[in-house]
Design a protein around this ligand. Structure first.
Ligand code: PLP
Length: 395
């Protein structure tokens, strides 16, 4: 939660933060990593200790050295006041929303945001008497026109993880601030290595740590980080809801973070190479990758991001379901599955149409979302190329 590594100077580069932050070898008999702490009960030595409540740990649910080790890294990378590790990316979103909203309030969500967050707003927040409205992801400063006196939170995700519209975070932040609302940003795609929303005016940043932080498709976890001003309510909300992440899972988050920089570089390079190659393929109608000059919001990406992620989308020319099945069913390296961020490549047919209300998705081609893993690029291209031939034959 706090900067617990006494040796870390403020000016460290991200790669150094990833390798050195959140470690306390002196407290761990010299061992490099903070080990897995498993514990519910924390013991007090005397009645005075019990009454004073001054010990570093009082009860397991509040966290332990293993969870704090991962939190310290994310706090430093995001330039946040503090971070809490939570059980999933979705829990990070729901905690952030509940921290900002009460009965009678109004919420604005980007139409391209992660769908389970919408389901939470439409289902759960509605029951609490909170209204939710969706906005065109590309609205920018125009969001000011949507603000109502009771609008208390804006949830953005840039780029949206199915359709990859970029959002103008500084513009959304300014409009939110002027209305007394908090801006929450889901930063899972870029990670704090390539984009730091708090520095652009956001109040709260959430991550599906499940994805790039963990990097190995074997843990569900999330993080919520915030500015000092927004932190109290975030911490309080998490405590009240009783969310806790086990030391085992926290350890795997830390372990993933140590290699995040080199993994992101490798994912980025491969994803860009494949996206560029796809743009030249006959069956491809368009590739949707913010770091490609063909992306409609490329300028926004260039202004606010220093790199790009593993995930992008492409549209294949209109064809019946049989073509889609021919494309994905016989792939050898790309698999179908929700989630992303692991070492293995994924290719998922998606239909954003169903989930959108403010800015309907009208493209008549078949949309695929891909996560480019750490396989050899030429092997991946061959797999896609054979799939495209099957798609064309079945069309
Ligand atoms: C997967 C995902 C989430 C949710 O994370 P879980 O750990 O699966 O709950 C949130 N936001 C984005 C952008 C995601 O891709």
């Amino acid at each position: 939660m706090t900067d617990i590594s006494p040796s870390s100077p403020a000016h460290m580069a991200a790669e150094t933060i990833l390798t050195h932050e959140g470690r306390e070898p002196d407290e761990q008999f010299g061992f490099v990593n903070t080990p897995v702490y498993r514990g519910s009960t924390v013991l007090f030595k005397s009645l005075s200790d019990l009454e004073d409540q001054k010990q570093r740990y009082l009860y397991g649910r509040a966290g332990n050295p293993t969870t704090e080790s991962a939190e310290a890294v994310v706090t430093k990378l995001e330039g946040a006041h503090a971070t809490k590790l939570v059980p999933s990316g979705l829990a990070a979103i729901t905690i952030a929303l509940l921290a900002c909203l009460k009965t009678g309030d109004d919420l604005l969500i980007s139409d391209s945001a992660y769908e389970p967050g919408r389901v939470f707003a439409d289902g759960f927040l509605t029951r609490m008497g909170i209204t939710t409205r969706y906005f065109d992801p590309r609205i920018g400063a125009g969001i000011a026109d949507l603000m109502r006196p009771n609008t208390k939170a804006v949830l953005a995700e840039s780029p949206g993880s199915l359709t990859f519209e970029m959002q103008d975070i500084p513009a959304l932040a300014a409009a939110a601030k002027a209305n007394g609302a908090r801006l929450i940003v889901d930063n899972s795609w870029a990670t704090p290595l390539y984009h730091q929303p708090l520095k652009l005016g956001a109040d709260i940043v959430v991550h599906a740590a499940t994805k790039m932080f963990v990097g190995h498709s074997d843990v569900l976890a999330g993080t919520v980080s915030a500015t000092e001003e927004a932190w109290t309510e975030v911490a309080r909300t998490r405590t009240l809801l009783g969310f806790f992440t086990s030391g085992d899972d926290a350890y795997l988050v830390s372990r993933g973070l140590r290699t995040l920089a080199i993994r992101m570089e490798a994912h980025q390079k491969r994803a860009l190479e494949i996206a560029t190659w796809l743009e030249g393929q006959a069956e491809v109608a368009r590739v949707i990758h913010p770091a490609l000059p063909s992306h409609p919001d490329h300028a926004l990406w260039k202004r606010d991001f220093t790199g790009s992620g593993s995930l992008f989308a492409f549209v294949l020319k209109p064809a019946p379901r049989a073509s889609v099945a021919a494309f994905v069913d016989e792939m050898k390296l790309f698999s179908m599955g929700y989630s992303w961020g692991g070492f293995e490549s994924l290719c998922l047919p998606v239909r954003p149409g169903k989930a959108r209300t403010a800015k309907p998705w009208t493209d008549d081609g078949n949309l695929f979302r891909v996560h480019i893993g750490l396989e050899d690029v030429n092997d991946l291209k061959r797999d896609l190329s054979e799939g495209l031939s099957r798609y064309a034959r079945a069309r």
